[in-house]
Structures are given as C-alpha cells and as structure tokens.
Design a protein around this ligand. Sequence first.
Ligand code: PRT
Ligand code: ZN
Length: 221
Amino acid sequence: MSEQRLRIAIQKSGRLSDGSFELLKSCGLTISRGRDKLYGRVQEMPIDILLLRDDDIPAFVADDACDIGIVGQNVFEEELLNETHEAPAQEVMRLGFARCRLMLAAPKEWTFDGASMLEGKRIATSYPALTRAWLEREGVNAKAVMMKGSVEVAPRLKIADAVCDIVSTGATLDANGLKPVSTVFASEAILIRNQNAFSPEKLVVFESLLKRINGVLTSKD
Ligand code: PRT
Ligand code: ZN
C-alpha cells in the first residue's frame, strides 16, 4: 500500500459492513476489492481500504496501521476505558447507522426498582469497562463478568444474575427470558482517526472525504 494513500479500516462482515460500504458509495466512491478480500481500493480518490474484525479497528487506527476507521462507539469507548493505547484513536464524527444500546437486562420475573437491586450481583457482559463505569456512576457494588459471546444465556446457566448486552430490537433478550431495565450506553457507528497529523497529501484526501460524508449525512436529515 502506498504511503500517500489514506488508509481506512472498515468491518469485513457484520452489522457495520453494509452501512460502511453504503456510506462510501454515497460519497461517490467505487471500491474494488482485492482477491484476498482483506483489502480494497477506491477508484476515484487515493484511498485504500482494510477489511477487519470490528474489535481490531480501534487498535489498527491507534497504532497507525490505518489512518481512519469506522467502528461502533461501544467498541471504541470500551477500548478507551481499558487504556490499552498511550495515544488512542480519536472520534471524528457520528455516522448515524448501526444504532443500538448497551443495556442492563434482568430476568423477566424481577421487579426492577432501580440499580441498587444489583448490589452484590454478578453481571455477564462483553463490555466490562463500560458496565463498571455505569455501576460506579450508579453507586452500586456488583461484579462485571467478561463473556465474549452468548451473554444472554448466562443467567439461565447460573453464571450470572443479570447481563449487560447490546440490544437492537430486544428479541434476543426476550427469547432468553430477559428484559431490558436500563440503558448503559447509546451507540452508533462513528468515524475515528489516528492522533498524529496527516501528511499534506493525506490531509487533502481526508478533508475531501469528510466533506463528502458531511454532505451525505446532512442530505439524510
Ligand atoms: O466478526 P466481527 O468481530 O467483526 O463482528 P461482531 O460479531 O463482533 O460484531 P457485529 O457485526 O455483531 O456488530 C458490530 C457492531 O454493530 C456492534 O459493535 C454495535 O456497535 C453494532 N450493533 C448494532 C450491534 C447490534 N446492532 C446488535 N443487535 N451489535 C450487536 N448486536 C447483537 C447483540 O449482541 C445481541 O446478540 O444482536 C443481538 C441483539 O439484537 P436484538 O435485535 O435481538 O436486540
Ligand atoms: Zn467483533
């Protein structure tokens, strides 16, 4: 990949992919994908695209492997709270798609009357840092237990008393005998960038891309 081309990280396949590709397309960009499908090239502007797992995007951007990226705010903020990078990536703007909420959810039979109900309880989550920050704000002493997947089955398996998970329609919680009781973090896709100043060539491309994205977003309002 040329040093002169702006490198953008987007999710290879998942809930952010369609929105990310659509946004670039709406900006008037055509992407040709490499044979390995991990790499794409924009025809109209000097932009290279790296296709990654969403969880890797903040670190790739922080470490300068990519200049910018599109990721869920939930993943980005969790990484920030974990302070894994001395110079973390920075949020540039909200992109208005992949909206969801990180929610505290409890067994349906609970009569939930406030966060204090969670005192001393175990909460399964893929977002322990965001969950702990919320518990702290609420003044509750509870244990956030990390689970990478299938968080919603934890109460049934008696691994945890409640969960803190991403909710979109709520159907997954419902199917697992859980109900959402409180929003911990509201999320959507965001554009992030590396902290360092871009080279003059890259800056021109970056600013032109931002202008196009802003144009697309305002035309949707
Ligand atoms: O493979 P890779 O690691 O790249 O992808 P992934 O499987 O880790 O992530 P992916 O593609 O599922 O989600 C990417 C991002 O999309 C998330 O980080 C969120 O920012 C956003 N997003 C939007 C969602 C949802 N909606 C969503 N519904 N992420 C996950 N879900 C899951 C949730 O975890 C739960 O299992 O969908 C289920 C709940 O959906 P409902 O509709 O039943 O409530
Ligand atoms: Zn992921």
